[in-house]
Design a protein around this ligand. Structure first.
Ligand code: ZN
Length: 221
């Protein structure tokens, strides 16, 4: 895993999932297709919402949140009023659900946001990607319980004890993502931050070690 692959600066390590525009890390393609097959047998229409995201895309999400063009939420999923927040509060609100550009696991292609399309067929109901949809009674609860038994993919953001909020839709390929995770050192993190410009950067550079910790904390596979 080199610097470019770790930080969303290349897509040379990726392959398109057949029939879609989604890019994933080439070595996990077969495992993903097997997962989809076994989900189908359980009457789950398992689909990707988001897979690989490059650095520019992550920068765009970050900037829109920092500039109040995208909604901000607290850890309980409650929408926050942008105009009432100071810079530190905006930063901490963004970091509840969005990691720093260049530090997203979505850059690796090993991480996928998944949902069950079944209940969204023939309705106007839109997927919001909120935890409630994956709780009992929600349209993706069946998918969640199905995934509980999976040994190959796991949820890295499923605990309330992490700096990044629970994301019940986010799955990592256990063994392949671990290789990226181990390669994502503080030096890589620091170099990436130094090389890019983004809103609120001045708050980050004051305490790089703390933000490295924040952006790399996950449940262990
Ligand atoms: Zn995700």
């Amino acid at each position: 895993m080199d610097y470019l692959e770790l930080t969303g600066r290349t897509d040379s390590h990726l392959t398109k999932v057949p029939g879609t525009e989604f890019l994933i890390y080439t070595p996990i393609l077969d495992d993903f297709l097997d997962l989809q097959d076994s989900a189908t047998k359980e009457l789950i229409d398992l689909r990707i919402v988001s897979s690989y995201r490059n650095l520019d895309y992550q920068l765009k999400i970050w900037s829109e949140k920092a500039e109040g063009k995208r909604d901000l939420y607290n850890r309980d999923g409650k929408k926050l009023k942008y105009s009432q927040l100071n810079e530190e509060q905006i930063l901490s609100a963004i970091l509840n659900f969005t990691t720093l550009p260049g530090s997203s696991r979505h850059h690796w292609g090993t991480d996928l946001d998944l949902y069950d399309h079944t209940e969204f067929k023939n309705t106007d109901q839109k997927l919001l990607l909120i935890n409630n949809e994956y709780e009992k009674g929600g349209p993706c609860f069946h998918l969640r319980t199905f995934m509980d038994n999976n040994k190959i993919f796991y949820r890295p953001f499923a605990s309330d004890n992490l700096p990044i909020s629970r994301e019940l839709w986010h799955y990592s390929h256990r063994s392949e993502s671990l290789k990226f995770q181990k390669s994502y050192t503080f030096e890589i993190f620091k170099r990436n931050i130094q090389e890019i410009e983004f809103p609120l950067k001045e708050l980050i550079v004051r305490d790089l070690a703390r933000y490295y910790q924040h952006c790399t904390s996950v449940s262990m596979p």
